[in-house]
Write a protein that binds this ligand. Sequence first.
Ligand code: NAD
Ligand code: DAU
Length: 355
Amino acid sequence: MIVVTGGAGFIGANFVLDWLAQSDEALINLDKLTYAGNRENLASLAGDPRHVFVHGDIGDSRLVGSLLAQYQPRAIVNFAAESHVDRSIHGPEDFIQTNIVGSFHLLESTRAYWNTLPDEARQRFRFLHVSTDEVYGSLASDEPAFSETHAYAPNSPYSASKAASDHLVRAYHHTYALPVLTTNCSNNYGPYHFPEKLIPLMIVNALAGKPLPVYGDGQQIRDWLYVGDHCSAIRRVLEAGRPGETYNVGGRNEQPNLDIVHTVCRLLDELRPRTDGLPYRAQITSVADRPGHDRRYAIDARKIERELGWMPAETFATGILKTVNWYLDNQQWVQRVQSGAYRDWVEKNYGERRP
Ligand code: NAD
Ligand code: DAU
């Protein structure tokens, strides 16, 4: 079996659902259930003996040590993290705690467990660390996309904390020979995306008749990948990646934020037109920019394509249509994640940006 951390969050839940749809290998899902973790994402697995959910912290060495000893996994896939850049700007401490200190404790627990394994199991074991393209910093418009050898230059507390964890993972391979793999992926979108991030926020706000807040000039570029394609990349790296290597994952789909928002508006105009006949783009509002806002990310995914034969299955056109339809079909999920804590966050982040 394998252990997944953070499997109640956006990408983790998609990974868990995909994994169990494609394999009978059991999975232990360790998640702290922060504001971003939601067991409802995994409701379709209720009663499935292949999925064991454990409520806990990756930094809890006693808990993690006993889980590893009990279940003897062949791999650990580490999704657990604080993941929202704006939250890291308002309060970096949780990011340091989970992304750096938590990852360190998880690596230590893993190393202790791995050292107990017989030779063959030690060789087969993998620790896969899920990271981000943001560790590379920001690109100018004429610079080539990030390759795996691009220098690290993180600019936000979030990306700095992810960069630190990547370095720890790398060091555990170099120093202790722990068989690690790291993936650095671009922006994901798809089902179960918490509506604090750009695409789900725009869908949810549009349907609620609220402003669609675009930071600054809206010309910041991200490289969007459908979440199912990120999951297939992780599975492939776990299966065939070379220990100690990093693999960049991206969708070859660079777009300015404003274009993304216009696409979402256009799809909603077709699928759920406003009752007053106006287009959703009328709700777009320019608001104060994110401090230290990275201008452009772009991933050069040639290594994973060439070495592991991975390719995304979705285009942006097919992925965004699936995504908008998912939100239209899952309005109850949307209502339930918009708790009091969510509303407090919206007020904190957007209250001070009012034009
Ligand atoms: P998310 O915020 O939706 O989910 C994070 C999950 O981790 C939640 O379920 C949360 O409860 C859990 N968690 C947080 N702290 C924990 C702890 N200390 N112990 C155990 N569980 C904990 O995040 P996401 O968007 O699904 O991202 C998952 C991973 O992928 C992160 O490591 C992120 O850096 C990385 N990543 C995200 C994107 C993206 O576009 N969302 C792109 C590239 C990489
Ligand atoms: O690149 C990978 C990263 O993508 C992941 O590592 C992060 O976990 C993930 O959150 C995401 O980070 P971004 O900061 O790029 O995503 P976000 O959805 O927060 O913002 C996308 C872009 O949209 C960014 O340029 C900021 C802008 N934005 C965002 C919000 C929430 C707006 O203009 N308005 C908004 O309200």
